[in-house]
Design a protein around this ligand. Structure first.
Ligand code: NIG
Ligand code: FE
Length: 418
């Protein structure tokens, strides 16, 4: 078999070899490390992974591209499985409010926060949203991200804006090297119009919006912001169950600020992930572990909210919950596209080991999007999504924080960044 690309002499090759399912407990530390590693790619597929030299059945020719991996660390492409990629405007005006002690939910209650992004997204044209999101994707790719989840949620009751966001994500998925997986998050805030009768909006979501999004094949997942003053557990349950009826896999923004019972609901509803979980109860965590719901943790959001509260990652891992990590990139609670910073925060603040961190950002991230058979590890037969870090080892990437360590990114067997 012919190799189109060979990466050789790799000082530290992190393969993540192992079962194609969420990794738990000590499995999160088995990163399949190969020293003096070598990887061969044919077109978009990984055809050989090993150590030392290529075996004779892998042919190389004049057109084979050789990359020297000495002094480098090579990992599977990073997966950012929770973002609000497509939106209009920005919210730096909230910084002063936060510094004056105003909370995220206070700003939302006043009609700011998500509501101000709803306004900006409604006013933005398809092209404006496309150009802004493309810029963010370029940044994400430069930081080693090769697969991204993108949520709607800045149209809420304005269904045309919800659809516009999803159509932008669809077009970007076709045009940009990064793969984009869409999530319908119509249940992101209670619209002003429905302030006094939020159940009516839940009805609209269930009867009109979810069926239409599903019929148009615009999303793989259905998400809800289950939080005090936003959607209750009961309303969230209804929304997620309606999504399931229309083949939308449930996901949930759970227990981000108040311990409402979102983690418990995630287990009950069979969510693929529960995200945030900063205030998740012990009982909720136990139930998530039993149901193998992935905890998608977003430490850069906690950092930016300035509350000092972070998800209890150590406890979750010890309880047997598979953990993934994402940016939560959005204009309010987390204006950064930088997955490497998230990885550093996960270790420096939430005390995850570098091995757990890379597992969470690759294999478990792939599982968070239901893509574990195709991506998440560097193994024969998998799609060639690979990052070459100009770092001698994994610890260095995480410890030397706040900068970009990426040297090259390979997506579907093509060098898309160098
Ligand atoms: O995951 N918490 C709800 N949604 C987003 C924030 C969206 C926004 O503030 O615009 C989050 O943090
Ligand atoms: Fe979010």
């Amino acid at each position: 078999m012919k190799a189109t690309i060979v990466i050789k002499n790799i000082s530290n090759l992190i393969t993540m070899e192992g079962p194609n399912r969420p990794r738990v407990k000590e499995e999160m530390r088995n990163i399949g490390l190969i020293q003096n590693g070598i990887v061969a790619i044919n077109e978009d597929e990984i055809i050989y992974v090993g150590n030392g030299k290529l075996p004779s059945h892998i042919e190389v020719g004049e057109e084979t591209i050789f990359i020297d991996g000495s002094g480098k660390t090579v990992t599977p492409g990073l997966v950012d499985s929770h973002t609000h990629l497509v939106h209009g405007g920005s919210r730096e005006n909230e910084l002063a409010m936060k510094l004056n002690g105003m909370g995220y939910l206070d700003i939302l209650k006043m009609g700011g926060g998500i509501h101000s992004t709803v306004k900006a997204t409604k006013e933005a044209s398809f092209e404006e949203l496309y150009d802004k999101a493309k810029k963010s994707l370029d940044i994400m790719l430069s930081y080693g991200v090769t697969t991204v989840e993108a949520k709607s949620g800045y149209g809420i009751d304005d269904f045309d804006t919800e659809l516009k966001q999803l159509e932008v994500a669809k077009k970007l998925n076709e045009d940009h090297p990064i793969d984009i997986i869409s999530t319908f998050l119509g249940a992101h805030a209670i619209p002003e119009k429905y302030k006094e009768n939020s159940n009516e909006f839940v009805d609209k979501l269930i009867k009109e919006m979810i069926p239409e999004v599903s019929n148009r094949h615009l999303a793989k997942f259905c998400d809800v912001f289950c939080e005090e003053g936003v959607f209750s557990v009961e309303q969230s349950r209804k929304i997620l169950n309606a999504g399931k009826k229309y083949d939308l896999i449930p996901k949930i923004h759970a227990d981000e600020i108040k311990p409402l019972g979102g983690a418990e609901l995630a287990a009950e509803a069979g969510c693929i992930t529960a995200d945030h979980l900063v205030a998740a109860s012990d009982e909720g965590m136990k139930k998530m572990a039993e149901s193998r719901v992935i905890a998608n943790l977003l430490p850069a959001t906690s950092f930016n909210l300035q509350t000092g509260n972070f998800a209890k990652a150590r406890k979750m891992i010890e309880t047997g919950i598979p953990v993934s990590l994402s940016t939560d990139y959005n204009p309010g609670s987390c204006p950064t596209e930088n997955m490497q910073l998230v990885m550093s925060f996960a270790s420096l603040i939430m005390k995850m080991t570098p091995e757990e961190v890379i597992t969470a950002a690759t294999m478990n991230g792939a599982c968070a999007l239901g893509l574990e058979k195709k991506i998440g590890s560097i193994e024969k037969g998998k799609q060639a999504d690979i990052v070459i870090f100009d770092s001698p080892n994994l610890n260095y990437i995480i410890y030397h924080f706040g900068i970009n360590h990426v040297e090259k990114v390979i997506k579907k067997g093509i060098i898309v960044r160098e």
